[in-house]
Ligand binder design. Structure first.
Ligand code: TLP
Length: 342
């Protein structure tokens, strides 16, 4: 049988034996009653890591972002997001459905908004404008190809928000990737935001789970909305056990995924029929396009050859490196792409 190299996303990883053992050994209780010791431990650890008062274990990254929006805003408010952000593009218009808010997209460069553009788009107080009550950033930025938000930029936007009485949320689905690359702690990144969510189910290799961190009153509001949305998970300790295992074992290795992404991008830059700027790869995501081959045809062809890539935004194709793909498989994927395009 043909070996399948699945680099569609870092969400496709399967729990390792070590993680499964940790899950089996996890003590559980009913988390809707606040009685799951492993969930409680995980939430305490996440609050510590991010330097926030409280944390809430949630099933998905989308739920983390949506609970943050719901808990920070009132119906009729406006939320500033980057125009290629996950919240705007991949969350099924949930802010309008769940929070009755409007998103205002500000175009960034490689996913990074210019603080002056953000300033320009904060609404003044006239009664006929919506109230800008929240600014969201994404670090690393998925659609831009795993780019890292520069700390200086984060500081400018967060102090601007604070001056104007606007709350801030960080979609830190891949914040550990940013931290592994820059050496800036997750605590430091989180300190510039009122709330942060991050995912265990991506580069950290868990089957399920994300967390939302912030002030206690904010988390209590989010807990109520998690229940309303059907996210009260009962004996979720088996999942929290996987997340605790990932925090212990799967963080220091993230740089290996970045190295594989860089090797992959470097090799692709030598293929004539591919457009890629290998120098732009910063973490575990690579985006590239094809000079003369229709994207869907190429994706189908590669799938038949055992390399699963994902259709990125617009003309782009996306490859994401993770703990279930080796360096050898990375090079094999390159060879298969080279052969398909020759
Ligand atoms: N991203 C997925 C897809 O939805 C595109 C992927 O394959 O990368 N924030 C960011 C920045 C994300 O990339 C994702 C997932 C989420 C939030 C949502 O996480 P989940 O899938 O757990 O709801």
């Amino acid at each position: 049988m043909q070996e399948v190299i699945d680099i569609r996303s870092d969400t496709v990883t399967r729990p390792s034996i070590g993680m499964l053992e940790a899950m089996m050994k996890s003590e559980v209780g009913d988390d809707v009653f606040g009685e799951d010791p492993t969930v409680n431990l995980l939430q305490k650890k996440c609050a510590e890591i991010t330097g926030k008062e409280s944390a809430l274990f949630v099933p998905t990254g989308v739920m983390g972002n949506q609970l943050a929006i719901k808990s920070h805003t009132e119906p009729g408010d406006e939320v500033i997001v980057e125009s290629e952000s996950h919240i705007l593009n991949y969350e099924t218009a949930a802010p309008s459905v769940i929070s009755s808010v409007q998103l205002f997209p500000v175009k960034g460069e490689d996913g990074i908004m210019d603080p002056d553009d953000v300033r320009k788009h904060i609404r003044s107080a006239e009664y006929y404008f919506p109230r800008t009550s929240l600014i969201c950033l994404e670090n690393t930025h998925n659609r831009a190809g795993g780019t890292i938000q520069p700390l200086g930029n984060i500081l400018e936007i967060s102090s601007l928000a604070r001056e104007r009485g606007i709350r801030t949320h960080l979609d830190g689905a891949r914040i550990f990737n940013a931290s592994a690359e820059t050496g800036i702690s997750v605590n430091e990144y989180a300190s510039h935001f009122d709330s942060i969510s991050f995912c265990f189910s991506k580069g950290l290799g868990c089957p399920v789970g994300s967390v939302l961190c912030g002030e206690s009153a904010f988390i209590e509001k989010a807990r109520k909305w998690r229940k309303i949305l059907g996210g009260g998970m009962r004996q979720a300790g088996i999942l929290a056990g996987a997340a605790l295992y990932a925090l212990e074992n799967n963080i220091t290795r993230l740089k290996q995924d970045h190295n594989k992404a860089m090797i992959f991008a470097g090799e692709l830059s030598g293929i004539e029929r591919i457009n890629i700027d290998a120098g732009k790869v910063q973490t575990n995501i690579v985006i590239f396009s094809l000079k003369d081959t229709p994207k869907n045809l190429f994706l189908e062809l590669m799938k038949k050859r055992g390399v699963i890539l994902s259709s990125g935004s617009y003309e782009f194709i996306r490859a994401v490196f993770h703990l279930d793909v080796t360096e050898e498989q990375t090079l094999l994927a390159v060879e298969k792409i080279r052969a398909a395009l020759s």
